[in-house]
Design a binder for this molecule. Structure first.
Ligand SMILES: Cc1cc2nc3c(=O)[nH]c(=O)nc-3n(C[C@H](O)[C@H](O)[C@H](O)COP(=O)(O)OP(=O)(O)OC[C@H]3O[C@@H](n4cnc5c(N)ncnc54)[C@H](O)[C@@H]3O)c2cc1C
Length: 103
């Protein structure tokens, strides 16, 4: 693949955050008539999902400690639940062993 000499949108890293950012930026550009998203460049030093994204266990939970994380995860859970078939989402539940202070 040849890289363009310049781009107005350069995203570093093709993990879930970089790819999601590219996807939503493309949607935004399209919806506001400001482009197609074809000029978004995602630079990856290794391979697509070569980092943490490629080895994540696939657990979806929203019981995080920090309020901002809880809000983000609750938002994500809503998306998963909105179309379980497409996302291959299986809400089977899970058990977690924690120390008393985390309860
Ligand atoms: C073992 C493990 C299990 C996990 N399990 C879960 C789970 O069950 N549920 C859950 O929600 N989360 C889980 N996580 C957390 C989740 O995987 C991460 O929060 C998420 O994948 C992070 O995504 P990211 O895009 O920020 O980072 P990454 O996926 O690490 O992507 C960063 C990318 O940037 C690239 N990069 C880095 N530096 C450069 C550079 N200078 N130039 C170009 N490219 C660069 C890397 O090669 C990589 O591909 C788990 C994490 C681990 C490690």
């Amino acid at each position: 693949m040849t890289l363009p000499p310049q781009s107005p949108y350069v995203i570093i890293g093709a993990g879930i955050h970089g790819l999601s950012t590219a996807y939503h930026l493309a949607l935004q550009l399209k919806n506001t008539g400001r482009g197609t998203g074809e000029d978004i460049v995602v630079l990856e030093k290794s391979g697509i999902c070569a980092g943490a994204t490629g080895i994540a266990c696939g657990v979806i939970r929203n019981n995080y400690f920090q309020p901002a994380m809880r809000e983000l995860m609750a938002h994500s859970v809503n998306i998963w639940e909105s179309d379980p078939e497409t996302y291959s989402y299986h809400p089977v539940g899970y058990m977690q062993i924690s120390c008393e202070s985390d309860a």
